[in-house]
Write a protein of this length. Structure first.
Length: 390
């Protein structure tokens, strides 16, 4: 069986490489430790009207992300019939089809930059923000850019700025700090008055690029990371000759992928901010920062596991202070860096026990921030009214 799997994957890789070589689509790579998928979705919104596009899919195992995207296979399943269809699609795309997208927008999975370049060399690379495991990927994808390519860089992140020096391509930077090419300002978390309190609605901010400016409004989207994703997409839009106002309009009704800081209604009239895709300390920080900015009667923070760098947490003190400042109650499950010495905190070994406690303490109009890994029982326990965002 391992022999069959190996040969199957090798054939799909061969077909993916041949398809890219044959049709020569434009390649946009997205790398970094935070916000890759949201950036990909934002790019789709901005460019969909002017280019035909294939993207990587969350319904595909990370190992097959890149070849399946190059071949237009959107979902991975098990079983003989699926792989028969997949192999036929791969062969047909590489050797028979004349219909191929003009553009591939591809997330680079962690540690896969070498394989990425073996399939397709990007003309544009976006670096969202460097987490500890993503610097090698970012450096390799940036150094491989042609001189007439574009490096789209988050200028607010010091490690991203440093790794950007490895490219000879034209750099377009974005960020809230002065000196960025595309400057974000006036980030606001919007809310609507309800009879009993406030309902979070989304974010808005202003962008300036040269002599252009635009106001961006995004519904059901929260956090600075979403603003960065939109800014990265707008930078690419300028490289394609689009005006800021057009890209801002395209982002208005962006559908955020599940588990990435989108809002749903929970039981007892609560608001659930779902960030269950978070896997790094940086992602937890972004989630807490967003929850602090959202008007709410109370904030209840539920924190799952995230990855350590080596044997220690790098941001634990910062996260603990921000959690105390943001949350009226703190629930932790599993290997979480949130470890405050406070009456606000309750620790559980499993999600089922935590879900029972959470249901006992929530009240109408509470904002429940759910961030980290291993929190499926919490999501189920709260019960979603709206499926958007999860």
């Amino acid at each position: 069986m391992p022999f069959i799997v190996e040969k199957r994957e090798a054939f799909i890789m061969h077909c993916a490489m041949r398809a890219v070589l044959k049709y020569e689509p434009g390649i946009i790579a997205i790398t970094g430790g935070v916000g890759k998928t949201t950036t990909q979705v934002a790019l789709m919104s901005v460019l969909a009207d002017i280019r035909s596009i294939h993207t990587t899919s969350e319904e595909v195992n990370e190992r097959m992300h890149l070849p399946f995207a190059a071949l237009g296979i959107k979902k991975e399943e098990s079983g003989f019939l699926f792989w028969t269809r997949a192999l036929w699609t791969a062969f047909k795309t590489a050797y028979m089809s004349s219909n191929y997208p003009e553009l591939l927008i591809l997330e680079c999975p962690k540690g896969e930059s070498h394989r990425f370049i073996s399939i397709a060399r990007p003309q544009i690379t976006i670096v969202t923000a460097i987490a500890h495991e993503s610097e090698t990927d970012a450096g390799r994808l940036l150094s491989g850019l042609p001189s007439n390519g574009y490096a789209v860089i988050n200028r607010d992140d010091a490690r991203t700025r440093a790794v950007a020096l490895r490219t000879r391509a034209r750099a377009i930077t974005f960020g809230f700090e002065e000196g960025a090419d595309l400057i974000l300002s006036n980030l606001v978390h919007r809310s609507e008055k309800t009879p009993s309190g406030n309902k979070p609605v989304g974010i808005s901010f202003t962008v300036t690029y040269g002599n252009q400016s635009a106001h961006v409004t995004m519904d059901n989207t929260f956090g600075k990371a979403a603003a960065y994703a939109a800014a990265a997409a707008m930078c690419v839009g300028t490289a394609f000759g689009l005006h800021l106002a057009r890209t801002a309009e395209a982002l208005r009704y962006l559908e955020i992928p599940k588990g990435r800081m989108s809002l749903s209604m929970g039981k007892k009239g609560t608001y659930m901010l779902n960030d269950t895709n978070a896997s790094t300390e940086e992602a937890l920080y972004n989630a807490l920062e967003a929850a602090l900015a959202i008007p709410a009667k109370r904030v209840i923070g539920v924190f799952g596991a995230v990855q350590k760098q080596g044997d220690e947490w790098r941001m634990q003190d910062i996260l603990n202070k921000l959690a105390i400042k943001t949350c009226d109650a703190i629930i932790t499950i599993g290997n979480s860096p949130i470890n405050v010495d406070s009456k606000k905190k309750i620790r559980f070994d499993n999600g089922e026990a935590a879900a029972a406690e959470l249901q006992a303490i929530i009240e109408r109009d509470d904002l429940v921030l759910i961030t980290g890994q291993g929190l499926e029982a919490i999501i189920e326990g709260l019960g979603l009214i709206s499926k958007r965002g999860y």
